[in-house]
Design a protein around this ligand. Structure first.
Ligand code: 6R9
Length: 669
């Protein structure tokens, strides 16, 4: 396959043009359902309006919120890239997410349907949520937390996680959530970096039918240097484990302290640029970055995008975002988006396959979920388990499906629409990052004719494009780097305590443009396709090949459910493509000729250069808690290195398993 040299791409291209052409073969198109389009919250006209007056458009969206002092300024970009949005406005985030709905007569509307992993349930109306948040806010005040103090939250997916976040927001104390799956070390680093004063945790949570302790990790983290400023640990009793260690004077039970508080608390307004939260990116390399988000701009964009992308009708919809609250999708689309819009939503503690592989579909049926927002990794797992599982449940309430977290390969997209959405529901593939705070690139369900595998176009008011090495916008049909060319309301404001790193990481690769770190291409219609992290692009015999494309080609084979591809150092070809595949439920890993069949399939789809040198069927892939494949670890395995940091893995035994399987299954040319 000859390299196309006619394009604008130079040395170090993210994607070669011939491989672009391959992805452009996707010709399936899905028009919005007529009924949905007619009633949609946002119509095509929004793009025009935002294009004509971007700042005016965002000023208009800010009016979705209740401000104590309405902003008169929209954007202050006098000191780029340090943005201020709505800087002279003042508001309270918790008031916007809770109290104002109660004041509007919606106190009896269900805010949260909680489904615990063991099957226990709890319903919280907006009025109940207001009382819980007020009590928790009063408790934090009693612990001496003041506006500006950081509070670390290390909780399972239980209502107290949402209540704690809103209580912090209510009193202006920035929260810093740490995944319940993270180790004591990871927790200590984050507590230290944010200089947290209080930690909110639980005795434990439930995972796969068993209690799993959390408090011991907090106890251990607080023995590490740099965590001395933590004066209180507030502990929710979730599992009732008995052997819990207790530090008198520091540890306090939630049911003692919070339950005894008054359920009245008057929220006070904060400046629009008051810090709302710090969230550490799971980052595959280096010290975690504390991404700082602030109040007014963040809530404006999150509320708008939740309304627009999911077409939320708060009176009738039941929204469910399956993410963990400990990562940004949970912050923006479990807590701040749905609640600012007065939605009714599901919060589920457990995993999709416990106690059976139909658990999610059972929950959709039980609560009549209408909008489901999940990640490609979960969709591919469901594909692997088989079509018959979702088919056993009534999923007819669903009307919109969303995807986030990784590129969704066309096969998974089409499967999702067909087997979960009954071939009827739009699928919105939403591209964004912890740093962007909210959705940036996505179809709109009532407007966009969708294309499986593409996130398509920037939302109204968002400016994104694809550039080459020299920062020139690429023509349609070409690939390069995804950049954001104008500031947006929910953008990160800096990296906590490290302005220089903020500049270096995001604003120095291309002048005046935000560098997202993702490879992307524009198709002939100008629609954007995401191709994975730039670091994941492989160099094979002088060709740049994106891991996403090879993975997508593998998954388009009927026997493959999931694939992870890495480039391993190779003396002949610079890097050699090494693929780890999870087979579908009915495929046999020992089948004669399977590896050859898969290699041939990729060769046919993408060309011989993209044929993996090695293909290894595995039972599991190493993933972060947010479902992203940790290719770095697979590269370590493929290159026979000792494994790097595995603390952010969901399950580190996966790596041992993969390592022991490796030599036998390799296939050489
Ligand atoms: C929200 C979230 C951000 C990175 C991002 C990109 C990948 C997210 C995607 C997607 C392709 C999508 N990503 N959504 N890639 N299509 N729809 O995931 O935030 O955890 O910070 O990750 O995830 O690589 O740069 P975060």
């Amino acid at each position: 396959m000859a390299r196309d040299t006619t394009g604008t791409l130079g040395k170090g291209d993210v994607v070669s043009n011939e491989s672009l052409a391959n992805l452009l073969k996707e010709e399936r198109r899905f028009a919005p359902p007529a009924g949905l389009a007619a009633e949609a919250n946002v119509s095509a006209e929004a793009y025009e309006r935002a294009k004509a007056d971007r700042l005016g458009f965002w000023a208009e969206q800010a009016r979705r919120l209740s401000w104590e002092t309405e902003p008169t300024e929209t954007l202050d970009w006098s000191n780029p890239p340090f943005a201020k949005w709505f800087a002279d406005g003042r508001l309270n985030v918790a008031y916007n997410c809770v109290d104002r709905h109660v004041e509007n007569g919606l106190g009896d509307r269900v805010a949260i349907h909680f489904e615990g992993e063991p099957g226990d349930t709890r319903t919280l109306t907006y009025a109940e949520l207001q009382r819980e948040v007020s009590k928790a806010a009063n408790a934090l005040i009693e612990l001496g937390v003041e506006a500006g103090d950081r509070v670390a939250i290390y909780l399972p997916m239980i209502p107290e996680a949402v209540v704690s976040m809103l209580a912090c927001a209510r009193i202006g104390a920035p929260h810093s959530l740490v995944f319940g799956g993270f180790s004591a070390d990871a927790l200590a680093t984050r507590i230290n970096d944010a200089d947290a004063r209080v930690v909110i945790t639980a005795d434990g949570g439930y995972r796969r039918g068993k209690p799993s302790a959390l408090k011991p990790a907090v106890d251990e983290a607080l023995t590490r240097p740099g965590t001395e400023n933590v004066r209180s640990v507030l502990v929710v009793r979730r599992t009732g484990q008995e052997d819990i260690a207790w530090t008198d004077g520091r540890d306090v039970w939630w049911h003692d302290l919070v339950e005894s508080q008054s359920d009245q608390h008057t929220p006070q307004a904060f400046d629009a640029e008051h810090p709302l939260f710090i969230l550490y990116t799971s980052g595959t390399t280096g010290k975690p970055k504390g991404i700082l988000h602030t109040t007014g701009g963040y809530l404006t964009q999150i509320s708008y995008t939740h309304h627009a992308v999911f077409d939320l009708k708060p009176e009738t919809d039941v929204f469910w975002c399956t993410a963990d609250v400990g990562w940004v999708t949970g912050h923006s689309y479990i807590v701040y988006g749905p609640l600012s819009n007065g939605a009714t939503e599901v919060l589920y503690e457990g995993t999709p396959d416990s106690p059976h592989q139909g658990r999610w579909w059972e929950i959709v049926q039980k609560y009549g979920v209408t909008i489901l927002y999940t990640a490609p990794t979960a969709i591919r797992a469901a594909m692997k388990w088989g079509d018959d599982i979702p088919a056993k449940f009534d999923l007819s309430s669903l009307r919109i499906l969303g995807s986030v977290g990784e590129p969704i390969n066309p096969e998974a997209w089409v499967w999702y629409r067909k087997h979960i959405g009954a071939g009827r529901t739009p699928v919105v593939d939403t591209w964004w990052q912890t740093e962007t705070g909210g959705i940036m690139i996505s179809p709109l369900p009532g407007v966009t004719e969708t294309k499986p595998g593409s996130a398509q176009i920037p939302l109204p008011g968002i400016a994104a494009t694809v550039v080459d090495d020299d920062a020139r916008e690429v023509a349609n049909g070409h690939g390069g780097y995804l950049v954001l060319t104008e500031p947006w309301p929910s953008m990160l404001r800096t990296i906590w305590g490290d302005d220089q790193r903020y500049l270096d990481t995001y604003w120095s690769r291309f002048e005046h443009k935000y560098f997202a770190g993702d490879g992307a291409k524009k198709d002939d219609d100008g629609d954007i396709w995401l191709l994975g992290r730039v670091d994941d692009v492989m160099l094979v015999s002088g060709h740049n090949i994106s891991t996403t494309e090879v993975e997508s080609a593998l998954v388009s084979h009927p026997k493959v459910a999931e694939a992870a591809v890495v480039g391993a150092t190779d003396p002949q070809t610079t890097q050699a493509i090494c693929a780890f595949v999870i087979l579908r439920g009915d495929a046999d890993a020992n089948e004669e000729g399977l590896v050859e069949e898969l290699r041939a399939h990729v060769g046919k789809q993408l060309g011989p250069i993209a044929k993996p040198k090695r293909i290894l069927p595995v039972a599991e892939l190493p993933k972060t808690r947010s479902g992203k494949i940790m290719r770095r670890l697979l590269r370590d395995v493929a290159e026979n290195r000792t494994l790097g940091d595995v603390t952010t893995l969901t399950d580190s035994s996966v790596m041992t398993l993969i390592q022991t399987q490796l030599p036998a299954a390799s296939s050489e040319d």
